[in-house]
Write a protein that binds this ligand. Structure first.
Ligand code: PHE
Length: 446
């Protein structure tokens, strides 16, 4: 088993691939509007505190679990404790649910990139454009196919030649593109107002809801509780400094989310108004195209194309991690070959993605708990399954196996500076906070 398992090459391989997974659509559109909605600076502060405590402990725990066992979720839990095999299965369901609909959104991103690239910005800036496009039957499914195809090819190529190489190319490009667009936005007259809106704490909008929103965002943004970090940990060499790698991912993911806010919030205030800082896909696919159009036909097309290209890179490195995780789980479990598994997963993800795509149009009136398919899959995975998995993972690490085992694994490669924090958070603080999110999201549903 050990011999056939691939691994990341150097120190940077793991960090770039894991950071690639973490930085995604969540950072680019979810984080900025949450910050704008929940009191600016105060949200940023709460988020930051949660990242360095809660996020750190959970991520270090998951990576250590993967590295220790050399297996992805199903195998990892099972090998350590047979009775907890169920948690491996439960964890595995999460990326399986997310992958198809994430690729539907990825398809929209490629579509918008191509629209800006081919000079059709004026049409895309019309408020009804997105709705009409997403409601179509063949076009969005075609883009889903293209996006999933790119993801599948990279995963097919393997951990080293596909996942790692793609991250090495796309992550630096992503940072450069984001910096370019951010500098451009910040140089516009009136940008300062948006920046202030984004970073000034508004205590009147602080509530327990702020903490819950930040916690929910944290899971999603750091790709926790879905087996990804377990799988990537299993590809990590024993001599790579685990604590430092996790810190680097935290810094990168949070820094990038912050930067995305610095780009998007002022862009909306300069070229539109704050009421357009809306939630959901409309921010990215309706408001921002409108913002780009106001920059003028040439400049708007260039900035818009660059923007969607960067979104595409961010999304791709995330969907790669989702698919890699699913493939690795099936491979471990069923002992299928990698290439075959990859093709099976791609075909299944495509078929399962179709309802999420059609739910915006011809199947709009097919509702699950009052939600269309995409919203439902998103809700079930992020608001229900992920907190449950995170809670059980904390119990498993903190109480069933005990933190010592994981502390030892982390110490294999370096000192463990935040060891105390790790123990306290994983055993006490995290489980309590997660139950709070879970209760609140169940209440939201009823
Ligand atoms: N962490 C990614 C983001 O911030 C989201 C993601 C979800 C990535 C699921 C992989 C899997 O957007």
């Amino acid at each position: 088993m050990e011999k056939t398992r691939s691994s990341f090459t150097g120190k940077l391989g793991f960090v770039l691939a894991a950071a690639g997974s973490a930085v995604g659509l969540g950072n680019l559109w979810r984080f900025p509007y949450l910050a704008a909605q929940y009191g600016g600076g105060i949200f940023l502060l709460v988020y930051l505190v949660l990242v360095v405590t809660f996020g750190f402990a959970l991520m270090a725990g998951e990576v250590a679990l993967g590295r220790k066992t050399g297996l992805s979720a199903v195998g990892a839990f099972q090998v350590l404790n047979k009775k907890w095999k169920f948690l491996g299965y439960l964890t595995s369901i999460v990326p399986m649910i997310i992958l198809p609909y994430y690729c539907v959104i990825g398809g929209w991103v490629i579509k918008y990139f191509s629209v800006f690239l081919t000079g059709q910005m004026a049409a895309a800036a019309d408020a009804s454009y997105f709705g009409n496009f997403a409601a179509g039957v063949f076009e969005p499914i075609g883009w889903l196919f293209v996006y999933l195809g790119i993801t599948a090819v990279i995963v097919y190529l393997g951990v080293e030649k596909g996942v790692e190489k793609a991250s090495r190319l796309m992550m630096p490009a992503l940072v450069v593109l984001t910096l370019c667009v951010t500098v451009f936005v910040l140089a516009q007259p009136g940008a300062l107002e948006g920046v202030l809106y984004y970073i000034t704490p508004d205590f009147s909008r602080f509530s327990s809801g702020t903490v819950l929103a930040a916690l929910g965002q944290l899971f999603y943004s750091m790709s926790l509780a879905m087996g990804i970090m377990i799988t990537y940990g299993s590809y990590m060499k024993k001599d790579v400094n685990l604590e430092k790698s996790v810190s680097q991912i935290e810094i990168f993911d949070t820094g990038f989310a912050f930067l995305a806010g610095l780009m998007i919030v002022p862009a909306v205030t300069v070229f539109g108004d704050m009421s357009q800082m809306n939630t959901g896909p409309s921010l990215m696919f309706v408001t921002l195209p409108g913002v780009f159009a106001k920059m003028g036909p040439v400049l708007g097309s260039v900035v818009g194309a660059l923007f969607f290209l960067l979104v595409l890179f961010a999304a791709l490195t995330s969907s790669i991690s989702l698919m890699e995780t699913v493939v690795s789980i099936l491979q471990d479990k069923l002992k299928w070959g990698r290439h075959f598994t990859c093709m099976v997963v791609a075909v299944c993800a495509f078929l399962i993605g179709i309802p999420s795509s059609l739910g915006n149009g011809v199947w709009a009136n097919v509702k699950l708990f009052g939600m269309d398919f995409l919203t439902f899959f998103d809700y079930i995975s992020n608001s229900v399954l992920m907190p449950i998995v995170a809670f059980l993972t904390c119990l498993f690490i903190g109480w069933v196996m005990k933190p010592d085992m994981f502390v030892k694994e982390i110490r294999l490669s370096s000192q463990f500076h935040r060891e105390k924090l790790f123990r306290v958070v994983i055993r006490y603080i995290a489980p309590v906070c997660i139950v709070a999110i879970l209760i609140s999201s169940v209440f939201q549903l009823v």
